[in-house]
Design a protein around this ligand. Structure first.
Ligand code: DOR
Length: 444
């Protein structure tokens, strides 16, 4: 069996950074220690760089099937491994939407053929697929996704009775996109009357407002409390919503959890002037004060997980006026270097980055043997070097759409190597053409 010995690492795991070595045997971490030797192994000297568990991104849109002009599982999973992301959970707003077990399984089959990173998918709940949802094997996928506010793909669940039935009838984590549709519609009409279709981009957070977010997420939280459902609120974007979440329980015991995304932690409304539709997301980027409050909630554990909501659209689509320009942007290749910048600025430690992007998604979704540096676990690993400045530019962007909201940004840290199930999937700018990605399994 192939063995790879990683020497002289700074291992970041379970709240600590320690110096040591790690031995990979086949797909797994065989040993972690210091002074490890193995004459039969290929040795890679990590020269003191950080060795992390591979990142687990619990919210990406890879656009396959049906929207593959924006991205596909092969292209976006290549970008993922180049960014140290070894596992992704993909969302159901593809074409067709992932709202039946058959369509869900077709996605798994496709990912098995082309993905460079480990994969799972979310099943989309709608106003009319409750019976199918009840038949879903809880071990087959990450969980259920509900759009409680419409976004790309029109998957809005707005039938209150159905919503309650979904909350009562699944043992799976319900991941929810929360924005109140009525509020958004009213706001949009008001701005359309004033500006027509060419609404200035900085009005986006006034249309997809903080009120719209709070109204929807507070309702979802109330419904989860009432029904006992396991709720995970995706991409929290406002300070006020962070007050809905608790930090007095360990993650594994929480019934209601929350995620924040890198774009809401990086940009603020001051950036619309410079970036325009490149930072148009649903939910919208809000104020600098919201961003600070999100960071506080990350720090005090009201926010459990960090993710990307990687959602590529083409440049042509993005160049349309406000009402035609789709929301979303590609992020999966850049989330780790961006978080490393936030570490330099004092917002988060590396141990906490690992907790929020490796350990916690594994705990939350009960993923089998991933998310930690532990003997016997899958060798999903990312090696990150500090003091290796590089500039995000079209020549090093791997997304099929070819652009990034971070273009021109200088990141001080770089991902050097990424291992997926013990396979060196990415090495210093090159993604391996060989693949060893696996379907996620769960301990439930
Ligand atoms: O901005 C967004 N874009 N938010 C979403 O929830 C969906 C995503 C997409 O699929 O484009």
């Amino acid at each position: 069996m192939e063995r790879i010995l990683l020497k002289n690492a700074r291992l970041v795991n379970e709240g600590r950074i320690t110096e040591g070595d790690l031995l990979i045997e086949g797909e797994f971490i065989a040993r972690i220690g210091s002074g490890l030797a193995d004459p039969g192994a290929r040795v890679i000297d990590l020269e003191g760089h950080f060795l992390l568990p591979g990142l687990i991104d619990d919210q990406v849109h890879f656009r396959e099937p049906g929207l593959t002009h924006k991205g596909d599982i092969a292209s976006e999973s290549r970008a993922a491994v180049a960014g140290g992301v070894t596992t992704f959970m993909e969302q159901p707003n593809t074409v067709p939407q992932t709202t039946t077990i058959r369509l869900l399984e077709e996605k798994f089959t496709r990912a098995g053929e082309v993905s460079h990173a480990n994969y799972s998918f979310l099943f989309g709940g709608t106003n009319d697929n409750l019976e199918e949802l009840k038949r879903l094997d809880p071990l087959s996928c990450s969980g259920v996704k509900l759009f409680l506010g419409s976004s790309t793909g029109n998957m809005l669940v707005d039938d209150e009775k159905v919503l309650e039935q979904i909350f009562r009838n699944t043992p799976l984590v319900i991941s929810a996109h929360c924005e109140d549709e009525g509020t958004i519609r009213r706001n949009l009409e008001a701005y359309r009357e004033k500006y027509g279709d060419d609404i200035p981009m900085e009005c986006h957070p006034k249309i997809r407002s903080a009120e719209a977010c709070y109204l929807s997420s507070s309702r979802a939280v109330a419904l989860a409390r009432q029904t006992g459902a396991r709720l995970h609120v995706f991409h929290v974007s406002t300070g006020i919503e962070t007050e809905l979440f608790r930090n007095d329980l360990p993650l594994a015991e929480k019934q209601i959890t929350a995620e924040a995304c890198i774009h809401h932690l990086w940009f603020s409304e001051a950036d619309y002037e410079r970036k325009g539709s490149f930072i148009k997301w649903n939910p919208a980027i809000k104020t600098a004060d919201d961003r600070e409050k999100l960071w506080q909630a990350v720090a005090d554990d009201r926010i459990d997980v960090l993710a990307t909501d990687h959602a590529p659209h083409t440049l042509e689509e993005k160049r349309k006026p406000y009402t035609g320009a789709p929301s979303g942007g590609p992020l999966v290749q850049h989330v780790l270097p961006a978080l490393m910048e936030k570490r330099r600025q004092g917002y988060i430690s590396l141990e906490r980055i690992v907790e929020k992007m490796c350990h916690n998604p594994a705990i939350l979704f009960q993923i089998d043997r991933r998310g930690y540096l532990r003997e016997g676990y899958y060798a999903d690993l990312a090696v990150v070097a500090e003091n290796q400045p590089w500039t995000v530019g079209r020549e090093n962007i791997l997304y099929k759409c070819g652009w990034s909201p971070f273009e021109g940004e200088v990141f001080e840290s770089a991902v050097l190597y990424t291992f997926v199930n013990g396979h060196l999937a990415y090495e210093k700018g090159r993604v391996s053409d060989r693949r060893r990605a696996r379907r996620l399994t769960f301990n439930r």
